[in-house]
Each structure stands twice: as structure tokens, then as C-alpha cells.
Design a binder for this molecule. Structure first.
Ligand code: HEM
Length: 419
């Protein structure tokens, strides 16, 4: 018998969309439980919370990802038949492709490119009245990501391509306009990336062998065949798009600095370890991934509840990052809390948990951390700016969210090394 709390509404999709990030957390507090059952988009869903829940969720013998990603997310954020939707051997094989891009050398190369574009953009900002950091950073990350991944990008295209990626990222939680912009952006971007894959395969376009574009174009699946053009394009976009997404974490880092002015001095005096803890705290505190989904492969019991085969199970990512039992005073920005963090793969999961090679944990977590650190160093050591009055609210009822203004800076001066 099921003993867990039930939401009594007919379908709670509207509440999820209107409450946003704290949807699961709000109900768990109401029921004083780490699990509850609800209905979302016409089906039963079980929401789970906590470190043990995360460990359960990443047990491949219990859960898989078959039929998890809703259509609206496929049409915007993810595309169809990419690595996120695979299980077992097919997943391990495809995931190894992504992890092969994450060698130390390749990450260092990306950071070099990133710094080059940050510095070039800073010169441009000196002549501008106001600079929307999120928009500019999305272009910088798009330039660096495309260059690194072997994707040709003309200067005249940068704005459009960066905007398309941002529209895909921000499209999945939208209801009307935001959602449709995401759908359109994915269609345009997919045909652009399909063309690139075709041009590499036909010999029209030469890209370095070490690049993601080359590796994806010539990758052979377990059946020994090349990926279809469509799937290869989706996977190439799975490299570039999330690198562009790091722009949001850069805007959050700038916001954290602005909201906690004492941090600048600490960042300048306390060395690399503090920098690391600062960006970890940004990833913990500021909302990005709200929740993750999986389905039981077969029936099992956990926490007194019978999980039925195929039921949608949602892991509360946002709630775990704000759980006071794991993160005391969770609404306070305290990088030092990471001094004591155990490094567990199940309690700090802003980009998913478990193992990189065998679970769906984000392939780009190291890139994200390194890029956030490099960008933060740039903002604090190479740039002077003021933060004019603006709407900096982060609306947690919107998924995904960001600082409302995109973080505007003004009176920008580049004071770094002239390299
Ligand atoms: C998967 C978040 C940056 C590539 C994921 C997952 C999350 C996530 C939540 C799913 C975990 C799961 O399903 O269990 C983020 C965030 C990022 C970011 C918030 C920073 C803004 C990156 C970067 C890359 C990347 C820079 C670079 C290539 C991937 C890939 C997957 C993934 C390929 C699929 C992994 C799999 O299914 O096995 N990411 N990510 N992400 N991410 Fe990221």
C-alpha cells in the first residue's frame, strides 16, 4: 500500500509552471516528507528529495531514461535521440565520446580561446554606454565554443547563433512566446549544424581531428554505423549549447560579487581554492537546473513506497541545493562552506550526480567550473565597471531563470594585461 502524501489536484502542471523552482520543496515542507505523488501533464509523477533520493535516482539497475524527456523539452533544449536519452551500453558508448573532449589539454585550449574573446569584447565595451553582461557573455562563450569545437562561425553570425542557443535554453519552461522562440531557434540551429556535419563528411569542410565536430561527424555507434546527420547535429549542439549556457552562471557570479561586495577582497587575496569555493557556491545558490526525471525499470520499494515500473520520478535538484540539513543557512552566500564539503556525488548536484562515465551526470562540469573561474578572474582583475540601478531580481517562479536585467554594467575600463 502506498503511504506517501498525494497532491489532490487533478493535474499539477500549472502549479509547477507557476511556482517554478520551489514547487517540490513547497510540497515536501507542507507534508514533512521526502517523497510525494502528484499528476503532471496527464500522468502520475513521484517527486523525491534528499541525498539518499539522489543516490537512488542514479542507480542504473533501478532507473532508466527511456521516454523521460517531454516533447516540449526535446523541441527546445535537447533535440531528439541525443546522449541524454540513451541507456546502458548505448549510453556508455556515446558518453565516452563526450568525455573524450574533456582532457586537460582540450579544456586548457578552450580557456585560452575564452580569454581571448573576453579581452576583445572588453575593448568594445569601453565605447558603450551600457553593457548587458549576460548577452555579451553568451556571444563570447558562443565564439569560444564554436572555435574550440571546430564549428565555423562568421563574425556577422555570432549574435544570431548565440541568441538561438539562449532561446533553446530558456525555451523549455515557457508557455507561449518563450517556448515558440525556443522551438524556432532549435529548427534553425539544427539545420545549420546538419550542414556542418554534411560538409565535414563530404570533405567540403576541414576541421582539426581533435575537434568535437570532427569526432562527432566520424563517430561510429555500437552498430558500427555513423550517426545520422540529424543525431550528429544534435550531439554537436550538445557541446556548443551548454558552453553558451555558462554565460548565465557568469551573470550570477557578477551578481554574487555585487550583492556581497566583501567577496572581491577575499577573491583577490585568498587564492585559487577560494575561487573554486566561490564558483561552487554560485552553482549551489543560484537556480538553473530545477529537477531531473527518470523511470523505474521494474517495481521496487524505497522509503516505504512502492515504485511501479515506468512511473515518472522527479528528483528535486533545486531543493537539494537549498536543503538546510545539507547546507546550513542555505539562502546565505558562503563560499567557505565548501571547505567542509565531502565531495559526495549525491548531495551537490547542480549539473546532475553520480558518475560521469556511467550515469547521465553532466559531461561539461569541469569545463563549467574552469570557465566560471577564468571569467570571474577576468571580471575582478582585468575589468573596472560600475553597476547602475536596474532590476536584478532573480524570479524563481520562472524556469529557467536569470537576473531580470541580464546584469548591466557601465563605465567599463579594461585594466588587464595588454596581450
Ligand atoms: C547533462 C547541467 C554545462 C554537456 C547535464 C545534466 C544537467 C546539466 C543537469 C543532466 C544530468 C542528468 O540527467 O542526470 C548543466 C549546467 C551547465 C552545463 C547547469 C552550465 C551552465 C555543460 C557543458 C557541457 C555540457 C559546458 C559541455 C560539453 C552535457 C552533456 C550532458 C549534460 C553532453 C548529457 C550527459 C548524459 O546524458 O550522459 N548537464 N550543464 N554541459 N551536459 Fe551539462
Amino acid at each position: 500500500p502506498t503511504t506517501i502524501p498525494h497532491e489532490s489536484t487533478l493535474d499539477d502542471a500549472i502549479s509547477l509552471i507557476s511556482e517554478g523552482y520551489p514547487y517540490i520543496k513547497n510540497r515536501l515542507e507542507k507534508y514533512n516528507s521526502n517523497i510525494f505523488e502528484t499528476r503532471l501533464l496527464g500522468e502520475k509523477a513521484v517527486c523525491i528529495h534528499g541525498k539518499d533520493a539522489a543516490q537512488l535516482f542514479y542507480d542504473n539497475t533501478l532507473f532508466w531514461r527511456k521516454n523521460v524527456v517531454p516533447k516540449r523539452v526535446q523541441q527546445t533544449l535537447m533535440g531528439k535521440n541525443g546522449v541524454q536519452m540513451l541507456d546502458d551500453k548505448a549510453h556508455y558508448h556515446r558518453k565516452a565520446l563526450f568525455m573524450s573532449f574533456m582532457s586537460r589539454d582540450r579544456i586548457e585550449e578552450l580557456m585560452r580561446l575564452l580569454m581571448r574573446y573576453w579581452r576583445a569584447y572588453a575593448r568594445k565595451w569601453e565605447k558603450m554606454d551600457r553593457v548587458i553582461l549576460l548577452d555579451e557573455a553568451s556571444e563570447i562563450f558562443c565564439l569560444a565554443a564554436c572555435h574550440w569545437a571546430g564549428v565555423p562561425l562568421k563574425p556577422s553570425e555570432v549574435r544570431q547563433r548565440a541568441e538561438e542557443y539562449m532561446a533553446m535554453i530558456y525555451g523549455f519552461g515557457g508557455i507561449t512566446t518563450r517556448y515558440w522562440r525556443g522551438v524556432q531557434a532549435r529548427k534553425r540551429s539544427e539545420s545549420w549544424n546538419e550542414q556542418i556535419i554534411n560538409d565535414i563528411r563530404s570533405g567540403k569542410l576541414h576541421v582539426p581531428e581533435s575537434s568535437a565536430a570532427y569526432q562527432i561527424a566520424w563517430f561510429r555507434d555500437l552498430d558500427g554505423e555513423l550517426l545520422s546527420t540529424e543525431v550528429a547535429a544534435v550531439e554537436l549542439m550538445n557541446v556548443v549549447r551548454p558552453i553558451v549556457a555558462i554565460a548565465t552562471y557568469v551573470a550570477y557570479s557578477a551578481l554574487a560579487l555585487h550583492q556581497h561586495p566583501e567577496q572581491e577582497h577575499k577573491l583577490n587575496t585568498r587564492g585559487e581554492e577560494y575561487l573554486q569555493h566561490f564558483v561552487q557556491e554560485v552553482r549551489r545558490m543560484y537556480p538553473f537546473t530545477p529537477l531531473l526525471g527518470a523511470r523505474p525499470r521494474h517495481e521496487f520499494e524505497w522509503s516505504g513506497y512502492t515504485f511501479k515500473e515506468g512511473t515518472l520520478v522527479l528528483l528535486d535538484v533545486y531543493g537539494l541545493l537549498h536543503d538546510p540539513e545539507i547546507w546550513p543557512q542555505p539562502e546565505e552566500f558562503k563560499p567557505d562552506r565548501f571547505k567542509d564539503w565531502s565531495g559526495s556525488p549525491f548531495d551537490f548536484i547542480p549539473q546532475g550526480g553520480g558518475e560521469f562515465d556511467t550515469n547521465h551526470r553532466c559531461a561539461g562540469e569541469w569545463i563549467t567550473i574552469e570557465a566560471m573561474k577564468a571569467s570571474l578572474k577576468f571580471l575582478t582583475r582585468e575589468l573596472h565597471y560600475i553597476v547602475p540601478p536596474q532590476n536584478l531580481r532573480v524570479d524563481i517562479s520562472k524556469m529557467p531563470t536569470k537576473p531580470a536585467s541580464g546584469f548591466v554594467i557601465a563605465e567599463v575600463k579594461y585594466v588587464g594585461l595588454k596581450v
